[in-house]
Design a protein around this ligand. Structure first.
Ligand code: AMP
Length: 288
């Protein structure tokens, strides 16, 4: 596996692979502290593309909470080993200066509209601007044919889908959204799970359980009542719930109740102690 730190070097390699060798490139951007969820994206990429590139960069501009950035888990050596074992072809390990050569004070603003006003957008001001800044930069360096993202961060997937259109990259690359990998007890795999105390780790699957109860009640239960009960239950188990929403799976428009005219996804974000976790599950797929 190649390990590349310089953007200019990666651009050169990527052009050689695409234009000279005529091979397709799959790209998996990450912030490291890799787990099976990340590695599943590498496997999807290997299946679909000829050459797989991963990146590891803990992007400061997407952290609205400085403490979250400082405590974000970092385990570079182990990550490199995991990527090597998964058969990744190249890992990009840029420094801050490689991503933000002109600093971060005059970065572009992206028009994200409605997507930035709900759920993660509402609760983490500027977060999606930071996501777009880093992803736009990475895409311009790597120029992949396929971009692999995890559905666990569904709103992020929608934001990046929008970014691809906004920046005219639609014809050049395809976004592939991959399913969420979970621990045996249902907890969505996340780098932040490493920060949970044993006690918090025991409670953490309650988020998935709440989403599963919405799925079980879909179309039949009284939605506002069920939602209120679930919020109450989570609060009793020391969660501070930032939101629990029912959304149109395609547009993420917030729904006030079950809606059989569109696909429905339930989304949740909550902190337990100092750790913020998010998750979502599809409750209903229209046309199935
Ligand atoms: P991160 O390192 O958290 O920025 O995540 C990098 C990529 O891995 C993103 O596209 C995430 O959506 C994806 N990802 C994170 N957790 C999971 C999971 N449990 N299952 C599948 N993909 C995931």
């Amino acid at each position: 596996m190649y390990k590349i730190e310089k953007s200019s070097e990666l651009s050169m390699i990527s052009r050689e692979i695409r234009n000279v060798q005529k091979r397709t490139i799959g790209f998996v951007p990450t912030m490291g502290a890799l787990h099976e969820g990340h590695l599943s994206l590498i496997r999807f990429s290997k299946e679909k593309s000829d050459f797989t590139i991963a990146s590891i960069f803990v992007n400061p501009t997407q952290f609205n909470n400085p403490e979250d950035y400082t405590h974000y888990p970092r385990q570079l050596e182990m990550d490199i080993q995991l990527l090597e074992e998964a058969g990744c072809d190249l890992v990009f390990l840029p420094t801050y200066d490689e991503i933000y050569p002109e600093g971060t004070s005059r970065l572009p603003h992206y028009e994200l509209g409605y997507l930035e006003t709900i759920m993660e957008g509402k609760h983490r001001p500027e977060h999606f601007q930071g996501v777009c800044q880093v992803v736009h930069r990475l895409l311009s360096i790597v120029e992949p044919d396929y971009l692999f993202l995890g559905e666990k961060d569904l709103q992020q997937c929608k934001v990046i889908e929008h970014l691809i259109k906004l920046t005219g990259l639609e014809d050049k690359m395809r976004l592939i959204i991959c399913p969420t990998l979970r621990e045996q007890d249902g907890l969505a795999m996340s780098s932040r799970n490493l920060r949970l105390t044993p006690e918090q780790r025991k409670s953490a699957p309650l988020l998935f359980k709440a989403l599963s109860e919405l799925k079980a009640g879909f179309g039949a239960a009284d939605y506002p009542k069920l939602k209120a009960n679930l919020l109450n239950h989570l609060q009793q188990h020391s969660f501070e719930v930032h939101y629990l929403e029912l959304a149109n799976s395609d547009t993420l428009e917030i729904l006030n109740g079950w809606n059989l005219q569109v696909s429905n996804t339930a989304c949740i974000a909550a902190t337990i102690g100092k750790v913020r976790l998010i998750d979502n599950i599809r409750l209903f797929s229209k046309g199935e």
